[in-house]
Write a protein that binds this ligand. Sequence first.
Ligand code: NAD
Length: 439
Amino acid sequence: MKITVIGTGYVGLVTGTCFSEMGNKVICVDADAQKIENLNNGIIPIYEPGLNEIISQNAQKTLFFTKDIQKAIKESELIFIAVGTPMSANGSADLSAVYAVAKEIGKNISSHKIVVSKSTVPVGTCNQIKKNIQSEIELRKEKITFDIVSNPEFLKEGAAISDFMKPDRVVIGAENEATFSKMKELYSPFFRTRDRFITMDIRSAEMTKYAANALLATKISFINEIANICEKVGADVNNVRVGIGSDKRIGYDFIYPGIGYGGTCFPKDIAALINLGKENGYTPKIISAVDNVNQEQKKFFLERILKRFDNDVSNKILAIWGLSFKPETDDMREAPSLYIIKELIRRGAKIQAFDPIAISEAKNSYFKGLEIFYGNDKYQVLENADALVLLTEWKEFRSPDFDHIQQQLNFPLIFDGRNQYSKFKLEDQGFEYYQIGKH
Ligand code: NAD
């Protein structure tokens, strides 16, 4: 099939790359000329395991990068919209990029197309995309038909390629059988063993994405709230987690206590869902609480650090392990590290940070202008530090050399925001060790 993917970020680039891997001819478009130039020179803008390899195998064969949106629209039968839908000031999803693309499609289609929204968009957006395309066609006094699809994406950053290649399900919201059938044909190569299509109306497909993210975020905030109560009453959330996860109805996934969720999806999708409810006369209660607990969680962790230093971290040197919002990605959008590190610096602390992948993202963008020492490895940042603070649970932090840590630090003190270590063992070894949900 001939496919155009508009928006070459985490979702668009992975989507385009994986479709091209299956033999489709894919044109990836982006408004960011530098990004396109880099991609054409083999420079991949994001870190995602396996992505580099598949791009280099397919580039200039079945996978092409361009900023020429007009040509890309004309040349393909399927057009995916995968631009960002960031949070706007009032919490709603900013749909300006989506609608700008819809307009371009309306201006440039010259034959029947299927227009697919991969971006996460509030219920009713596909309908508006349809209207925007239609009105541009009418302005040209043309009679060109097109179909609209909502095909929300469920990939996880850090495992995006494997999630896309072996999806749990593909949700397709469409309006007629021919479109369902075309979408199934496109995705069939991704299901070798059994059909995993879930077909529905467009509005339900749009809502499915928000409902899925809201439920996952709810599990995280729920366990964090339980962790906070555990601390107060002398229970150990690590035991409680295992105790409840063993119930099949609950399961072990997404019940790890920590310093809260971040990233591009959960915070903005939760805010957009709250906003969608309110705009339609319903104030969400559970989902609003999920957001509140999440905002508080990183503050609790910061307060714990501050309290340990009698609320004075000025000139304390803190070694930070992990900057990205989760392991296996360089994405720092809404990462808890942003709040925690900025607050520590504001209070006079000196930061020595290490992350296996996200350092250049931190240096050039999120912490630009801030005085932070970035280490070449996880042990270098411990030198002369007054404590180690673990913020992202990268694999390489799971079993570090604690003797070495003890030697490097000024004082054997660890704040673990991701419950990676055994309190019993570390205290036995002489560490002062704090984790989430255990006194
Ligand atoms: P992103 O910010 O990484 O990428 C968006 C890209 O779109 C950027 O490269 C930007 O330059 C480009 N763009 C913006 N306006 C454009 C325009 N008018 N024309 C062409 N290109 C334009 O975003 P992302 O993380 O890939 O997310 C895209 C959508 O997918 C969002 O709605 C998001 O909620 C959803 N989503 C993201 C994830 C994830 O894990 N990142 C997972 C599932 C769904």
